[in-house]
Design a protein around this ligand. Structure first.
Ligand code: DC
Length: 210
């Protein structure tokens, strides 16, 4: 079974998707980490981020992998910590906007999500990567709350800069961000993580074969 969790930055996707996967004993696939890792590699090698074909070739040549401790690897390097830096936050939407890059990434995401039970988190999972996912959830939250959540994850950045960054990312991610028609929408603004996980777990149990 595939559980697709989509939504904007700061809606709570990662925390919820991880907890849910733990609870259900499903695998967890963070597709945002894949775009982040490619962005890291491109920057590290001095690739201009506007060259879609070169970036797509780079993505093909260096597939992102996850080990069993959920560490993120690309080109033989553990980039788990490096991909969470503010400069990656700012540049990843530029890389993720190229259709040629997305095609390579989506194919790889389908392969990684192919076997068994998995929770896949991203922006276009329920709409494009796994349109047949048995459970689709679209998480959203008030922009102020999303910025505060991001601030807790990025204590090194000032509050104002974070609000501006989040607004820019929202604008850049907007063309790819859309709830699937059959997605269950959950507003997490005033919900606790465990409440959101409970709701999704309930949806999964309903659809799981007896
Ligand atoms: O969820 P995140 O913040 O780690 O995502 C990083 C970036 O990648 C974000 O700008 C949106 C983009 N992304 C995407 O376009 N499609 C996905 N399936 C996942 C992430």
């Amino acid at each position: 079974m595939i559980v697709a969790i989509d939504g904007p930055a700061g809606a709570g996707k990662s925390t919820v998707a991880r907890r849910l996967a733990e609870r259900l004993d499903f695998r967890y696939l963070d597709t945002g980490a894949m775009y982040r890792a490619l962005t890291w590699l491109a920057m590290n090698r001095g690739f201009p981020l506007d060259r879609a074909d070169e970036l797509a070739r780079l993505a093909m040549e260096y597939p992102v992998t996850f080990d069993d401790r959920e560490r993120v690897w690309i080109a033989g390097t553990d980039v788990t910590a490096s991909i969470r830096q503010a400069r990656i936050d700012r540049l990843v939407p530029v890389v993720a906007a190229h259709p040629a890059v997305r095609e390579v990434m989506r194919e790889r995401q389908r392969q990684l999500g192919a076997d068994g039970n998995v929770v896949i988190e991203g922006r276009d999972i329920g709409t494009v990567v796994a349109p047949n996912a048995e459970v689709k959830v679209y998480l959203n939250a008030d922009a102020g709350v999303r910025a505060r959540r991001r601030q807790a994850e990025r204590p090194d950045i000032g509050g104002d800069a974070l609000v501006t960054d989040l607004r820019r990312r929202d604008e850049r991610d907007a063309p790819r961000l859309r709830a699937a028609e059959d997605a269950v929408q959950i507003d997490t603004t005033s919900l606790q993580v465990e409440d959101v996980v409970d709701r999704i777990e309930h949806l999964v149990r309903e659809r799981q074969p007896a």
